[in-house]
Ligand binder design. Structure first.
Ligand code: SF4
Length: 84
């Protein structure tokens, strides 16, 4: 199982739960949450809603469970992902 892409829809309330769960993928800012560039193939820090960049190959498999846990723990359900 792998998570190929993860992104943040509008409505993040910057609660920090996702970063606490999976800091190698999520970084919470003053206004939203970014998918960190070091985890992505395009290297960009952003919500990844527009870019829809794939995660790095090792992140797709190694952090799949952590990403799913973070998405399940988001109180406003704005963490979305594609699973392969
Ligand atoms: S868990 Fe959800 S609401 Fe909280 S910071 Fe992360 S994306 Fe935003």
């Amino acid at each position: 199982m792998a998570i190929t892409k993860v992104w943040i829809e509008e409505g993040c309330i910057v609660c920090n739960a996702c970063e606490a769960e999976t800091p190698d993928v999520f970084h919470v800012t003053d206004t939203s949450c970014n998918i960190v560039g070091s985890a992505r193939k395009d290297g960009v820090d952003s919500e990844n809603r527009d870019e829809m960049s794939e995660l790095n190959d090792d992140v797709q498999t190694d952090l799949a469970d952590s990403i799913i846990a973070a998405a399940a723990g988001c109180p406003v359900e704005v963490i979305k992902y594609e699973q392969a």
